[in-house]
Design a protein around this ligand. Structure first.
Ligand code: SF4
Length: 326
């Protein structure tokens, strides 16, 4: 470790003031403290925002959901409104991390978490995300778990969150508080692809604070669910995953929301798959044909070519689970 100062914010104004002065927000601390121990992160000031009133889950008008940034993962997963309206969200949360971590980690922290690329966490390895301009050890290294979509020559790391995949599929928005007031950012714009600046991972400004994630209302009935494929059945990150929500009425798919995880540098929304489904009658052949588009544009690396086929099969299987086979 190294020296740093720690302060608590009693209210939003105190938090924003401290953030404006360069303080780093912390709540559950399940990612940041690890990274500080490994000296990957070296914030000089931590601002504990646990006391802020951002722990509510509200069912919005017409059946959307607003989840406060400080809601624990386990609280969100167990919430009756989340389970009833968006099972894909509660399932993604329940398949994340461990029970202990889910009891500590918050929704805001979950979407702000940093990559699990082993080279990023090894301070002796070259990593453009940790140290811009130093290179990317994963490109020529062991890149089995890395991304095949949204990569750049500077970084090929995946985003590790499961619930972010569900938020991306459902076209959620991120609510931010900052020195200049409030603003909202579409979830699909909030997490940034690496491009030439892999060290910049979120569309958040200095001193801003996530206040909530909001899922818009979607037509009912809506079936949804999350499938995670990984090397072992618990406490493991996704090799591939699929978040699917379908609104089927009159025997046809009226609305389709689909995203994949474990394959992109950000949660990977799949508009081509969605377009293939809308207006069609559910069938096994439809699921297979739509899922064929799940790896469009993929650029696999030496050790992760298997993800191209695996993500198609993951999406196909979850379409079948959610939509049925008839
Ligand atoms: Fe760093 Fe990204 Fe390369 Fe991993 S993939 S070593 S995070 S630059």
């Amino acid at each position: 470790m190294y020296p740093f100062s720690y302060t608590t914010a009693e209210n939003t104004r105190e938090a924003l003031d401290a953030g404006r002065r360069g303080g780093r927000y912390i709540a559950g601390g399940t990612t940041l403290v690890d990274l500080m121990r490994e000296t990957v992160e070296r914030p000089r000031t931590l601002v504990d925002i646990s006391a802020l009133p951002l722990r509510e889950i509200v069912v919005t008008r017409h059946g959307g959901l607003r989840i406060g940034a400080l809601v624990r993962m386990s609280e969100a997963a167990a919430h009756s409104g989340v389970r009833a309206l968006y099972p894909v969200v509660s399932q993604a949360l329940e398949l994340s991390a461990s029970a202990q971590l889910r009891n500590m980690a918050t929704i805001g922290g979950n979407i702000m978490q940093r990559t699990r690329c082993t080279y990023f966490r090894d301070v002796t390895a070259n990593c453009n995300k940790r140290e811009p301009g130093s290179g990317c050890a994963a490109l020529e290294g062991f890149n089995r778990t890395h991304a095949i979509l949204g990569t750049s020559e500077n970084c090929v790391a995946t985003h590790p969150s499961d619930v972010a995949v569900a938020f991306s599929a459902l076209a959620a928005t991120v609510h931010l508080l900052g020195p200049d007031g409030q603003r909202t950012v579409p979830f699909t714009d909030f997490l940034l692809r690496p491009g030439n600046t892999p060290n910049r991972e979120q569309a958040i400004r200095q001193g801003e604070l996530i206040s909530a994630v909001e899922i818009p209302p979607l037509p009912r009935p809506l079936k949804s669910g999350y499938l995670k494929v990984r090397d072992r059945q618990s406490y493991e990150f996704a090799l591939t995953s699929a978040a699917v929500a379908l609104h089927i009425r009159g025997g046809r798919i009226q609305e389709a929301k689909v995203a994949a995880g474990g394959v992109g540098t950000v949660p990977w929304k799949l508009p081509a798959v969605e377009r293939h489904l809308i207006g069609e009658r559910p069938s096994a052949s439809l699921w297979a044909a739509a899922a064929e588009r799940a790896a469009d544009g993929a650029r696999p690396l030496e050790h992760n070519r298997f993800k191209v086929e695996l993500v198609k099969r993951t999406v196909e299987r979850q379409l079948r689970v959610v939509g049925g086979t008839k």
